[in-house]
Structure formats: structure tokens, C-alpha cells
Unconditional design. Structure first.
Lengths: 427, 428
């Protein structure tokens, strides 16, 4: 993944995947959902959303007890932390790693989250402030573990403790690119040689009143409340904004020789990653997509690929008009004519936009695309937007043998990231 | 952009921006430091309900004077500090980002807890009034990426920008990320961290740790490594540094404070709140940072300690220092100037880096205040007033975060080995 002609001394591969997502709480359920073309979006059930502009969500039907968490783990962790423990275990198990005997000093944790423990912060605030009546909140009503609620780094700690990972650990919080950036930074650390294994990805559970209120205020979320399953419609002419989602994906990234020595199954190789800021606006995007295009160009250069080598593009595809046009512009700028021939899709059409987690769920999807020879569709894409004139794989999945996938993310704060996963090939 | 040692692009610190209880700007900060002035003071904002009696507060900070209204209205106090510190750092470095390719200049900040005051105000608006009362800026003011995003926009910086959260340790990890960005082709990075955690709800959350000092006398509030250590005092503010690629810094004849050498991060993976008593992973972070710098413990001249101010955590750090320095532990200088300001969470380590840079530049080690080294009998050589050692070429900065995060970074004075790179000389 080093760029510009340098020979790669250490290669990084994906050897394990775990997922908690709307419509399915395991990797296999997640995959089945995103190739089904059936949205997991619905009316909000977590709180009474009747006074909100957007009342739709992609909620996970997640039961922490059924998922195997202990009562104390449930008490200590907000929902997004619970997701991370469950998805982390699935990923480690999928990788066949024995964390009892591994060299924990050479394993780290890097997880993305944009808004941390928003749900519990808000729930507890309502009590401590007595429904917002007391600015000087009454700390005597505080539940324990409020510090873990206060700092999102707690989610990295919980995962590190569960698996005895003593390497570098942190949370990456670059808004909606947190998940992809966490995987990118984890890959860089393996490549640099300071670690051999990274548990990385992203987790988010933002479906709460304050999240809905703040996205209502900027009209970013979809108000298509009478058609919740049709509310997330990226690239469709009738889109009205994104649908808030939740979930988590954890990938096991591993140095190739380390994976080989233990006979691990390899999903794919991380061959390119780049990120740039647009330095333009915290929420606004230039339609030309110059910065995202730059990130794509650099990620592809690291992977030593030409546009026609890319077999699938996992779009950010949030379903806001400015995003869909922005990234369509970036794809054309970077891929030229090939942009019109490469299948593109947005899994947000089915599992919503889970902020700091979605980039990780999308990279999990990309690894599975290479592994499973299928491309997930963009649900709800029934009416073309003349300004979005690429092949967005409408409605139904396609069979395809894909060697290289490109995924992009775009987030509040101006962050634009791109990553390439490739089928493992001997050099 | 290979990461091999032979052709590694080297990263140096050329600008310091401080917004902290010690003052605004690097000159005021260093003056306060040399005078050994403790800036921990009575905390009187919420006298009836606050769990603290003392805090390290940023005084005389007039956001309207330092930050344009466009940025002011859409950001929290923590981001005001970051924007102001970034301005100070760029001015101090003499670097004008407009003269560079914007894609080669990035921003990396750390935040432990985000926009506390803004966030509490808007949740209150929702619950006391109505969802529609929530500000249109809530989504971009509260979240942890706000400072990086706003600094990037303010200065037009389009490089590989980042945001790290690892409790306090994240404030040191950003320097490693900055160095990585330089090694991978970046020319300059605006890196650091600030914090503004002195608001009612945020303080309740912090109080959950049970490590706040209950003292009301400033001199008794935060006494790391002393036998009377009984908790810490929280503070606000932090620092931002300008990190530049060495050749680029030289080409513009920039003054260099220090080179960013090796870094290592580890995790105790021991307990969700308590540090591992054996200090093994903390020691490993220090040893690996030194080793990755191509140095041995004998080469380290001063240690800027994490200095928890709580007996068990201090003991773990002392143990780690003995592990790393062995027989030399009684000789190597150890200091904790943060005893003057309290613990600033992610703002703390960048402020320690600022202190280390100034120490290397001026040949003076800043002191730990309110420490009687004999009282605790740790067998370490604590600095309790400014000293000018015969040799001051390298500094090891140590940071920990609640939950078991350990981070260590080595800084070195720009030496003759790298040629005639001018050093900051005047009292800045």
C-alpha cells in the first residue's frame, strides 16, 4: 500500500469479518441482506419520532443478551460498544485467531465512530437535567460508567481487553469516513511493521432524538415517512436525503506472511488507501469532486491499477442530492470513460447510513464481493437522475468475478476517503 | 513514500501554538513556566453542584477577538481553543500555507470528549423546549471531528486529515500521525489537541472515575508523584504544533524546535478504568519509542511524565520508568510541568510536546510544582525548579489514557548531524 513505485515490503490482507447491521446481526445475514435488494429501513421504533421531520431509520434488531454479552458488559457499554464486542468476536472467530496464544503485543484495535455514546449520553442527560430543566445537572442521579459514555475511546478499550490486544489502539473519529479511515490507518500500521494484526472497523448507534433533531435542522435526512422502505434511494431522482442507520463491522487485518504461517483463509488484500479534506465547508460539497477524485487517484496508484481494472465501486451513495452528484463527478474525473462501464452501488439503500460505522460495513461488503462473486444492488433506484448517469446496479444483485473493488466515503468536516481491496495475487 | 529508514522523510516541529492556563501564545506560556507559576485556581462557575473545587482554566481568552464570527457561531469552546492555537502555531512557524500545495498540508487533532458546552446546550434545547429548537450547527459542533474540519477550512488545508480519540493519549498519538503523513509525502501538518471539559454534564461524567482531587487549596490539588498525591485537577486548553518535512523547513530557513523521532503506542488491555499495576505495557511503549528512534535509554536526557496524580497510577509509571532506565533511573531527569495546569485530557500531551520543544531549544527543563521528591521515595530524579543540565538533546514524552492507552514519543534537538538548521534562539 505504499505508493509511487515503492516495492511493498509488507502486504496487508483481510482474514476475518464480523458485522452487526440492520436486517441481520451476523456477517452472513448482512451479506444476504445487501444482495437481496430489500431495504431494512422502517419507521423509527426506538423513540417517539412523531415530532420530527425524518421518522425513518435502519434499525438493527439486536439483543445484547442473545448476542452473548454478560450483564456487566451490557452495563458498561452503550449500544455501539455492544455492537463492537459482538462483531469483534465474530471477526476473530472467522479469522481463526486464537487470542489465547497469539502475540497480543503485536495486535491492536482501531475503530471508527463519529458520535460515540450519543444514545446513553442523551438518556442520562434527560435524567440528570430533569428533562432539560437544570443546566447544573444533579450528579447524584448518574449511573456508573459515565466516563466510558463520555469518551468514545472506551469502545477501543473494551475490544482490546476482550481479546488481550496490547498493540496500538484508538478510535478514529473523522465523521462519516471514520470507518474507512480506521481500516486505512490500521493497514498503514501493519505495513510499517509495528503490528501484525489489527482489529479495525467502525461502530455507531446514533438513532436517538438529538441525532434526529440535528439532522432535521439541516434537512439532511429523508422525510419520506409514508414510505419507509423506499426512503433511502441513492442516485434516484426522487431521493430526499439519507436514512439514519446503525451497526458495526470489524475486520481482521493481518500481515500476509503472518496469515500464511498460520494457514489463514484470505478474503482479499488492502492495496490502496488515501484521504483528503475539501477545506471547503463542514457539510457542503463542490459538485466537481476534486478532493475525492484525488483520494481515488492515489489509492489506485498505490494498488497500481488503471481505471479498467476496477470491477466494482462501492459508492458513498448517501442519497442526498449533493453527495450523489459530487461523487458521480469524482468517479468521472478519476476513471474517465471506464466510469460508465464499472458497476457501482450503494448499500446504504438497504442498511441506511450509520455514520462512523458505514465505511467499515462497506469495506466488509467489498471483501465479500471479491469472495462471493456477486455485486449488491442499489435498492429503490427506479427513476434516473439525469445528472447521475453511471451504472448504479439498480434493484437486483449481479453475479460477477471481481478482482479489484474501489470504495469511497465522504463526511461532515470535508473528509473524502478512498480504498482499494484486491483479490490476493502472488507477486 | 516507502517507510524504510534509509530514505525516510524526517519530521520537525517548527511552530508552537499554546492556549492553556499558562497563557495564550508560546512566549507567555514559557514565561509562566520558568516562573514556576501554578495556574490551578478555584473553580467557581458552578459552586453549588460541581464535583470539583479547583481547575486549570484558560483566562483572558476572548474568542470574539481571536476567531471570526463565521467560525465562532458554529463551534464549541474546545474548537475555539484549537482554532486560536493553530493560528498561533502557524504564526510562530512563519509558514504561510497559501504558499504550499494544499494537498500536501494536513490537520490531525485529538479530542477526548468533543464539544461539551455546545452539546449540552442543544440537548437542553431539545428536551426543555422542542426538537426544532436544536441549532443547525449541532451536528458539526458537537462531534469529535469539528476542530480538524474547521482548521482545515480556515487555512485551506486539503492533505490527509485525521482525528484520533484515545482519551489523553490521543493527544500524543497525533504527533505520530503527523510524522506518518510527512513520511508518506506530506510537507506540513497542523497537529495537536485541545479540550474544554469544564461544563456541568461533562464534569459529572469525569467524576465517575473517582479520581478528582477533593482539595480546595490550589497548592494541594494536583501533586503527581508526591506522597500527598490524592487525585487530579481537570483543566482546559491545549496546544497545536506545526510539523514540517525537514528539507522543506530548511528550504525556507525555518527555525526548528525539535525533530519528531520514534513513537510507540500500547494498550494495557487490563481494566476499563484502572491502569495495569505492573506498568509493563507503559514501559514497552517507552522502550519501543526509544528503540524506533535509533537510541538507547542512555541517550534520553529528560522525561515528561504522564503524572496521573493518583497513587496507584503514579506507582505504575514509576515502575515503568525503572524498567526502562534501570540503573540510570536515579539520574535521568523526570518532570511534570502539567502540575501547573492540571490534566487537560487530549490537550495535555501536545502541551507537554510544546514544553519539551522549548526545553530542548532553551536548554532548560521546566519544573514540577508542589512535589517533594523525598516524600514519595520513588528513586527518580524529579525536576522541581527550572534547571539547565549539561546535556539536553533528547526528550521522552509519555502519555496515558483512561482504559489503558499508553503512548510515548521521543523528540530531539536539531543537531549538527543534520546540518545548519537554525534553532529558535530568542525567548519566544
Amino acid at each position: 500500500m505504499t505508493g509511487n513505485g515503492a516495492r511493498r515490503p509488507r502486504r496487508v490482507v483481510v482474514t476475518g469479518i464480523g458485522a452487526v447491521a440492520p436486517g441481520g446481526n451476523t456477517r452472513e445475514d448482512f451479506w444476504a441482506r445487501i444482495v437481496s435488494g430489500k431495504p431494512a429501513t422502517r419507521r423509527v421504533t426506538f423513540f417517539d419520532a412523531s415530532e420530527y421531520r425524518s421518522q425513518v431509520a435502519a434499525e438493527a434488531d439486536f439483543d445484547p443478551v442473545a448476542a452473548g454479552l454478560t450483564p456487566q458488559e451490557i452495563r458498561r457499554n452503550d449500544r455501539y460498544g455492544q455492537f463492537a464486542l459482538v462483531a469483534g468476536s465474530e471477526a476473530v472467530s472467522d479469522a481463526g485467531l486464537d487470542t489465547g496464544t497469539w502475540d497480543g503485543d503485536r495486535a491492536g484495535v482501531l475503530l471508527g465512530s463519529a458520535v460515540g455514546a450519543t444514545m446513553r449520553l442523551e438518556d442520562e442527560y434527560v435524567v440528570l437535567s430533569d428533562h432539560g430543566r437544570r443546566w447544573e445537572v444533579d450528579g447524584r442521579y448518574a449511573m456508573p460508567f459515565m466516563y466510558s459514555v463520555f469518551v468514545p475511546s472506551a469502545v477501543a478499550t473494551e475490544v482490546a481487553i476482550r481479546f488481550g490486544a496490547h498493540g496500538p489502539s484508538a478510535v478514529v473519529s473523522t465523521g462519516c469516513t471514520s470507518g474507512i479511515d480506521a481500516i486505512g490507518l490500521a493497514a498503514q500500521q501493519i505495513e510499517e511493521g509495528t503490528v501484525d494484526v489489527m482489529l479495525c472497523g467502525g461502530s455507531e448507534s446514533p438513532i436517538s432524538p438529538i441525532s434526529y433533531a440535528c439532522f432535521d435542522a439541516i434537512r439532511a435526512t429523508s422525510p419520506r415517512n409514508d414510505d419507509p422502505e423506499g426512503a433511502s434511494r441513492p442516485f434516484d431522482a426522487d431521493r430526499q436525503g439519507f436514512v439514519m442507520g446503525e451497526g458495526c463491522a470489524v475486520l481482521v487485518l493481518e500481515e500476509l506472511e503472518h496469515a500464511r504461517r498460520r494457514g489463514a483463509r484470505v478474503y482479499c488484500e488492502v492495496t490502496g488507501y488515501s484521504s483528503h479534506a475539501n477545506a471547503y465547508h463542514m457539510t457542503g460539497l463542490h459538485p466537481d469532486g476534486v478532493e475525492m477524485s484525488r483520494a481515488i487517484d492515489e489509492a489506485m496508484a498505490q494498488a497500481r491499477l488503471n481505471p479498467e481494472d476496477i470491477g466494482y465501486i462501492n459508492a458513498h451513495g448517501s442519497g442526498t442530492k449533493q453527495n450523489d452528484r459530487h461523487e458521480t463527478g469524482a468517479f468521472k474525473r478519476s476513471l474517465n470513460g471506464a466510469a460508465y462501464r464499472i458497476p457501482i452501488s450503494s448499500i446504504k439503500s438497504m442498511i441506511g447510513h450509520s455514520l462512523g460505522a458505514i465505511g467499515a460495513l462497506e469495506m466488509a461488503a467489498c471483501a465479500l464481493v471479491i469472495d462471493r462473486d456477486a455485486i449488491p444492488p442499489t435498492a429503490n433506484l427506479t427513476t434516473r437522475d439525469p445528472e447521475c448517469d453511471l451504472d448504479y446496479t439498480p434493484l437486483t444483485a449481479r453475479e460477477a468475478h471481481v478482482d479489484h473493488v474501489l470504495s469511497v466515503g465522504s463526511g461532515f468536516g470535508g473528509f473524502q476517503s478512498a480504498m482499494v481491496f484486491s483479490r490476493l495475487k502472488e507477486l | 513514500m516507502p517507510a524504510t529508514t534509509e530514505d525516510r522523510r524526517r519530521a520537525v516541529i517548527t511552530g508552537i501554538g499554546v492556549v492553556a492556563p499558562t497563557g495564550l501564545g508560546v512566549a507567555e506560556h514559557w514565561k509562566t513556566t520558568l516562573a514556576g507559576q501554578c495556574r490551578i485556581a478555584p473553580f467557581t462557575r458552578y459552586p453549588d453542584t460541581s464535583p470539583i473545587r479547583l481547575a486549570g482554566q484558560v483566562e483572558d481568552f476572548d474568542p470574539a477577538e481571536l476567531i471570526s464570527n463565521k467560525f465562532l457561531v458554529q463551534t464549541d469552546r474546545w474548537t475555539w481553543f484549537a482554532l486560536a492555537a493553530a493560528d498561533y502555531a502557524l504564526a510562530d512557524s512563519g509558514l504561510d500555507p497559501a504558499t504550499l500545495d494544499p494537498f500536501e498540508v494536513s490537520v490531525v487533532t485529538a479530542s477526548a470528549s468533543g464539544g461539551n458546552e455546545f452539546g449540552q446546550r442543544e440537548i437542553e434545547a431539545l428536551w426543555a423546549r422542542h426538537p426544532s429548537a436544536v441549532s443547525a450547527y449541532q451536528s458539526i459542533a458537537w462531534f469529535y471531528a469539528a476542530s480538524t474540519g474547521q482548521i482545515s477550512i480556515r487555512h485551506g488545508l486539503k492533505g490527509s486529515c485525521g482525528v484520533l480519540v484515545a482519551d489523553s493519549a490521543g493527544g500524543l498519538d497525533v504527533l505520530a500521525q503527523a510524522r506518518r503523513n510527512i513520511e508518506r509525502g506530506g510537507v506540513a501538518v497542523v497537529a495537536g489537541g485541545t479540550e474544554a471539559p469544564l461544563t456541568p454534564y461533562a464534569l459529572v461524567c469525569q467524576n465517575d472515575l473517582g479520581r478528582f482531587s477533593r482539595a480546595s487549596e490550589p497548592a494541594a490539588g494536583y501533586r503527581p508523584f508526591d506522597s500527598a498525591a490524592a487525585g487530579y485537577v481537570p483543566g482546559e486548553g491545549g496546544a497545536v504544533l506545526v510539523v514540517e518535512e525537514l528539507a522543506a523547513a530548511r528550504a525556507r530557513s525555518a527555525s526548528v524546535y525539535a525533530e519528531v523521532l520514534g513513537h510507540a503506542a500500547t494498550h494495557d488491555a487490563y481494566h476499563h478504568y484502572d491502569p495495569a499495576p505492573d506498568g509493563r505495557q507503559l514501559a514497552r511503549a517507552m522502550s519501543e519509542a526509544i528503540g524506533r528512534s535509533g537510541l538507547t535509554p542512555e541517550d534520553i536526557d529528560v522525561v515528561f511524565a504522564d503524572a496521573a496524580g493518583v497513587a496507584d497510577a503514579d506507582a505504575a509509571e514509576v515502575r515503568a520508568l525503572h524498567t526502562v532506565f534501570g540503573d540510570r533511573a536515579a539520574d535521568v531527569l523526570v518532570t511534570a510541568p502539567k502540575s501547573m495546569v492540571g490534566r487537560l485530557y487530549s490537550g495535555g500531551p501536545p502541551l507537554d510536546v510544546a514544553w519539551a520543544c522549548l526545553a530542548l531549544t532553551h536548554g532548560v527543563v521546566p519544573p514540577t510544582v508542589h512535589l517533594d521528591p523525598a516524600s514519595a521515595g520513588h528513586g527518580l530524579n524529579f525536576v522541581v525548579e527550572p534547571v539547565r543540565p549539561a546535556r539536553l538533546r533528547t526528550a521522552l514524552v509519555v502519555a496515558r489514557g483512561v482504559g489503558g492507552f499508553n503512548s510515548a514519543l521521543v523528540l530531539a534537538a536539531p543537531g549538527p548531524a543534520e546540518g545548519p538548521s537554525p534553532v529558535h534562539t530568542e525567548e519566544r
